[in-house]
Design a protein around this ligand. Structure first.
Ligand code: ZEM
Length: 265
């Protein structure tokens, strides 16, 4: 099926129906679906042209072991962002669920939240992103939370973690963030508000954005201008989910692996 052909509207509607999950986290599967889209795409390495969402490599134990579908993961991400009040992100289909296993990305290509600005650049430059794009992508941390049984970190970045906004950048600049060592030994940054009794958190990589001359310019811009953030996020998320994909004028993907080896014509 070509990128622009095919009726994905019915799939979008099905995704919308499953977002509402009263028993799960903050009542929505949206945040974790955005993270799924990001993890499916964020393995891309421009130099070796491996990783990325096409091929659905996460189905394999080497990358993830989660059986699903390459288009579905990325579409679920963009539908969830829109449903949570975020921008409409352009999306094209046509990814296959086949990847030559010699081209599966090794583990360890995704960022480590315990690290700093150098690490962010190392990870995101590899995918072909620049400093502005690193900051814009990080704005996804408006959504969802950390779970100590998954990453070791704990808590949420903003008060309403199922509403897409620029609140993450605003709080990053307006609040006092103090280092806290959790019971499991993991270090993160927290702000405790006595009036409401709520504690919000930031990862070391989030705080690193305020400690770097190039990054902080964009943090400041996105904190004061929500429209600028939405525009930048739209562009960069669309780029993320197209990493490693080339298309012809009709939107058909021209570089998928196929089971016979080589590429589709
Ligand atoms: Zn995240 N992310 N991420 N991220 N992320 C977590 C959760 C979520 C980093 C990271 O270490 C973590 C991007 C970039 C980066 C989302 C989206 C995107 C968690 C918590 C960690 C530790 C996991 C847990 O415990 O459940 C780091 C270091 C990043 C480098 C900048 C990008 C880019 C994203 C999308 C564009 C989302 C939506 C979540 C919340 C998931 C949930 O389950 O609520």
């Amino acid at each position: 099926m070509g990128g622009k052909t095919g009726d994905f509207e019915a799939v979008r509607q099905d995704i919308i129906k499953l977002l509402h999950q009263p028993e799960y986290d903050d009542g929505s599967a949206g945040p974790v679906l955005v993270r799924l889209a990001w993890h499916s795409a964020g393995t891309y390495d421009a130099e070796t042209d491996t990783g990325g969402s096409n091929g659905a490599g996460m189905r394999y134990e080497a990358e993830g072991g989660d059986p699903a579908n390459a288009d579905l993961w990325t579409l679920a991400g963009v539908v969830a962002i829109k449903e949570m009040g975020g921008p409409e992100i352009p999306w094209l289909g046509g990814r296959t669920d086949y990847v030559d296993d010699s081209k599966l990305p090794p583990r360890g290509r995704l960022p480590d939240g315990a690290k700093g600005a150098d690490h962010l650049r190392w990870i995101f430059y590899r995918m072909g992103f620049n400093d502005q794009e690193i900051v814009a992508l990080s704005g996804a941390h408006n959504l969802g939370r950390c779970h100590s049984d998954r990453s070791g970190f704990e808590g949420q970045w903003v008060n309403n973690p199922t509403r897409f906004s620029n609140q993450y950048f605003r709080l990053m600049l307006s609040m006092q963030w103090k280092k806290k060592t959790l019971k499991n030994g993991v270090e993160q940054f927290v702000n405790y508000d006595e009036d409401s009794g709520t504690e919000l958190m930031m990862l070391p990589t989030d705080i690193a954005l305020t400690q770097d001359k190039a990054f902080i310019k964009y943090v400041e811009l996105y904190a004061r201008d929500k429209e600028a953030f939405f525009a930048a996020f739209t562009k960069v998320f669309a780029k993320l989910i197209e990493l490693g994909i080339t298309r012809d004028a009709d939107g058909n993907i021209t570089n998928s692996d196929n089971e016979l080896g080589g590429y589709h014509a």
